[in-house]
Design a protein around this ligand. Sequence first.
Ligand code: SAM
Length: 384
Amino acid sequence: MCAAPGGKTTAIAILMKDEGEIIATDRSHNKVLDIQKLAAEMGLSCIKTFKLDALKSVCRRDDIDTLTDPCCNNAKNDVTNQVFDSPNLEVEIVSPIVTEGLNSQTLEDNRDEKTNGRVYVSKADARKNMRRARNGPGRNQSVGGRVERSKGFSPDSFDRVLLDAPCSALGLRPRLFAGEETIESLRNHAKYQRRMFDQAVQLVRPGGVIVYSTEKGYYWVSVNRVKLLWGLVRKGGDNVRGLSFSKINYLVWSLSLEDTLMSYSYLLFDLIQQPRIGGPGLVGSCEFPDGYVEEWLRPGEEELVQRFDPSSPLDTIGFFIAKYMTAIHEMLEWIYVYFIIANEGSRQIFYDWPLTTANFVSASEVLDLLVHDCDLATFTRNVV
Ligand SMILES: C[S@@+](CC[C@H](N)C(=O)[O-])C[C@H]1O[C@@H](n2cnc3c(N)ncnc32)[C@H](O)[C@@H]1O
């Protein structure tokens, strides 16, 4: 997910010796072309690319039920069948677009001379221009190409998911400190990334693996420094210099099952050890000026993630990686069960089940129930 321009995708394909199957998706049409181009340059053929908004990576249940969605017409088939046997995939042809130099000035440049220099741009065009400015034309700006647009994939249909979430670009060279973000924008960014993660959770099969990576400045900012920066924020307004509030620590926090969980899917995942090349994550919490407290990692969790700190002796950009494996992993015999209340179809209310030995049940029993949408009655009958 969020695969363009394809650096990690092609690296994975090489590790797989160009065997098996990799689905690489990105929401930007031109960037999907970049993945194709890179894969072709490297002579890799196991990569299939799609234009797909990561927030809509999972096809809707009614699409599965009504068999109308070409990508989801056979929920139990593997990815290959869902996607490539489908005759109805939409194919977009990109015509060459000239977007060189497109920036915030673009709207200004859209002046209609007949209106004496007054700017008239329809809202739709303005949005389109903004999108192009944000996504960029990609390296293939003068070359048209075919991009298949996916309508999403069935739940549980991937062995592994790499979500390389878009970042706020803080902590990236050359502009480590851009100072353009506001508290609100950073929080929204975190929510956006969390929604993507939620999709990844649904896509991966039980027992599968998710790797979440993002280029962030946040993780290399020490707790004290955050507090210091917040001091500056209070003084200087809403502009957070060089500081990006991020989501993965929050996710990890959720995954520690101490928070109200957004989705029961999180119950199924656990951080796992990984080859260590970066430093530990941040432990503690951060209080925002409005009183909101963001919890970071709990003691013991910091070694399960990797944080790359540009201010350390490592020659690195700010970066963060966490790897999750579903709790069905054989090493995990038990999981802590939360009550899931099927609140008229929505499973958003969670009640903590007191932590006693009696309340531990076999992971496979619970997972069987949780993975398949069960209602409270079934859950109670079978587990409680
Ligand atoms: C950090 S870059 C990915 C880098 C890539 N994984 C690599 O290693 O070459 C983030 C990507 O996320 C894409 N992106 C941003 N929002 C998206 C969304 N909602 N759905 C899909 N892709 C998105 C951007 O177009 C961008 O290509």
